[in-house]
Design a protein around this ligand. Structure first.
Ligand SMILES: [Fe+2]
Length: 257
């Protein structure tokens, strides 16, 4: 779905920067080097990860030669790769893209608030970067909203990922940061968070695994969030939901219609 639709969206909406969360791109489990290059070739400028970063073991190695692949910043010191990257956007602007992971109902990692605070002190919006995009990969809506509040006025966008379910609360916060609690997944919504329904349902009913999780392969919805930023401040001017194809009601930013 992404490979089919992204080139047209970049052209029609004149997108300067495309950030994709790719942690489930390899059939639900991590990302391979081949998929990384497919996404970059389709027009993605940066690819973020999350708790499934290392499901494909090759990612531990190829991330070192994949400068646009970004794993959570608050992993332990010594983790391969990078948690933040300065990305040159399609219009030549400098965008700092950061991946964070929450700690509620997730693995206990370093404090994501302290980690992003240090990062943005070193590289603040406007003086250090023309845009700052923060992917807050996290289960709890409260922790994602707290990160939005914490970074309001210091990031162009704080976007929640991980639950695979889009929330309807996309907005520009009072300080000028665009925010959505969860952007949702790109995939088949006739599923249980992207997986064919029988196996996850069976595990809820019987508590006994009977086969592997397999991705649902019906018509996919492309889910995202669009942001227009101010050229001077780098803060958000407006934001809109993107949901195209598949089973969800279509949404596209009115300002780009
Ligand atoms: Fe995740």
């Amino acid at each position: 779905m992404l490979l089919n639709r992204l080139p047209g969206l970049i052209r029609d909406w004149k997108l300067d920067l495309v950030v994709v969360n790719g942690e489930n791109a390899a059939g639900g489990f991590g990302i391979t080097e081949a998929i990384y290059h497919d996404f970059i070739d389709a027009g993605a400028d940066a690819i973020t990860l999350g708790n499934h970063s290392w499901d494909q073991k090759e990612a531990l190695v190829f991330i070192e030669r994949a400068p646009r692949l970004i794993r959570p910043l608050n992993y332990p010191a010594g983790t391969p790769g990078r948690g933040a990257a300065m990305i040159e956007a399609k219009n030549g602007a400098r965008a700092l893209v950061v991946n964070l992971m929450g700690r509620i109902f997730m693995d206990p990692l370093d404090d994501p608030f302290a980690a992003i605070d240090r990062e943005l002190i070193a590289c603040p919006l406007e003086r250090g970067a023309d845009a700052v995009v923060v992917d807050m990969h996290c289960e709890a809506t409260s922790e994602k909203q707290a990160m939005g509040c914490f970074l309001d006025g210091r990031a162009s966008l704080v976007v929640g990922t991980h639950t695979h379910v889009p929330t309807a609360d996309h907005r520009v916060l009072p300080g000028g940061t665009a925010f959505v609690t969860d952007v949702g997944m790109t995939g088949d919504y006739d599923s249980i968070i992207g997986m064919a329904k029988d196996e996850p349902l069976g595990r809820f009913l019987r508590k006994i695994p009977s086969s592997k999780f397999e991705p649902a392969n019906g018509p996919a919805t492309l889910a995202g969030i669009a942001v227009e930023t101010d050229d001077g401040s780098g803060l958000a001017v407006r934001t809109g939901a993107v949901r195209l194809g598949g089973r969800l009601e279509e949404a596209r930013p009115a300002f780009w219609a």
